[in-house]
Design a protein around this ligand. Structure first.
Ligand code: F6P
Length: 355
């Protein structure tokens, strides 16, 4: 198919024509793309720009900040501060939301973002990304934390950038999921992947298997069945991948299907999961649902989860429809005691890797 040269700006003008809010949303997405270009340039230079390595500080998550985490956060804050479209922002790298000084009247939007996701991969030169979510700001008053804490189904736009062999920008405004590739020489994002679709079936799953002993029985059941392959209930062999970069995993799933899991586990009883609801799970669920996939906690649609905290963590099971729905069924069967095999204490003794 001949795609021509549809730039991001041209595409957004077409998708978001109409109300003043839609026009502003288009302008905001162009601003976000500008921050992404700056981060892409920094990540591409790597050691040459002296941006690798860690800071001597931890973020609100208790994780050591990489230099690029901080620089990427600044790139987003600068963009939002100067654009005049955003009234407030919240980031993985900041304890509390930040108000943006109104320029000509207050901005229409709130932005929530993870400026550099998967940053443990930076120093080993593996793909990382940025994730963002756009919410509606209250008009006529300053935004409060409660204005940020709305379920993901209320997002106006969401997306991510992946800094891989090529830099891509993948977005949704609720009218499908569309991917753009950065033409570095010209500095434009070009529409290369319109209407991305996640195949309903897959034979590929992604999970950090070192946590197997902490998983709940429904997830152990699912992964054991995949591993057992063609001679067991699944009647086919499965492949496993783990990049430790949610953006890269979700991108792979958008390209060829799959299921990505960071499920509830008992590793740290204070945390119901590892990933953050507002700037990881929610925007990625919006993207995946708009491409025909499903995002779930195992027990609830991710886009319906009511946040109680900006940095809240949540179990994540996301990807190809038929696999995610199967895992949801395993949770229901386990919770209702229907699945005796997997509610039995004996099952807890089984190891994922025992033959
Ligand atoms: O921020 C979370 C994150 O880096 C994700 O991008 C990734 O999927 C996950 O953590 C990796 O976790 P782990 O280090 O346990 O493999």
């Amino acid at each position: 198919m001949h795609l021509g040269r549809t730039t991001l700006s041209k595409f957004l003008i077409q998708q978001l024509k109409g109300s003043p809010e839609q026009n502003d949303l288009a302008a905001l997405l162009v601003d976000i793309a500008a921050a992404v270009k700056a981060i892409s340039a920094m990540t591409a230079k790597g050691a040459l720009a002296g941006v690798l390595g860690s800071m001597e500080q931890v973020n609100v998550q208790g994780e050591t900040q990489q230099k690029l985490d901080v620089l990427s956060n600044e790139a987003f804050i600068n963009t939002f501060s100067m654009g005049g479209l955003v009234a407030g922002l919240a980031s993985e790298e900041m304890d509390a939301p930040m108000e943006i000084d109104p320029q000509d009247g207050s901005g229409r939007f709130l932005a929530v973002f993870d400026p550099l996701d998967g940053s443990s991969n930076i120093d080993v030169n593996v793909s990382v990304g940025s994730i963002f979510s756009v919410l509606r700001a209250p008009q006529g008053r300053t935004a409060t934390i409660d204005d940020f804490l709305c379920p993901g189904r209320q997002q106006l736009a969401a997306g991510y950038a992946i800094y891989g062999p090529s830099t891509m920008f993948v977005i949704t405004v609720g009218k499908g999921t569309h991917g753009f590739t950065l033409d570095r020489e010209v500095g434009n994002f070009i529409l290369t992947h319109p209407h991305m679709e996640v195949p309903a079936d897959t034979s590929e799953f992604a999970i950090n298997a070192s946590n197997e002993r902490f998983w709940e029985p429904p997830v152990q059941r699912y992964v054991n069945e995949c591993k057992a392959g063609r001679n067991d209930v699944r009647a086919r062999d499965f492949n496993m991948r783990w990049i430790a970069s949610m953006v890269a995993e979700i991108h792979r799933i958008l390209m060829r299907g799959g299921v990505f899991m960071y499920p509830r586990d008992t590793k740290d009883p204070g945390k119901p999961g590892r990933l953050r609801l507002m700037y990881e799970a929610s925007p990625m669920s919006f993207i995946i649902e708009q491409a025909g996939g499903v995002g779930s906690t195992g027990r609830e649609r991710l886009l319906d989860v009511q946040p109680s905290d900006i940095h809240q963590r949540v179990p994540v099971i996301i990807g190809s429809r038929n696999e995610v729905e199967r895992i949801e069924r395993y949770h229901r069967e386990y919770d209702s005691g229907m699945d005796e095999k997997y509610t039995s204490p004996l099952f807890q003794e089984r190891s994922l890797f025992a033959n």
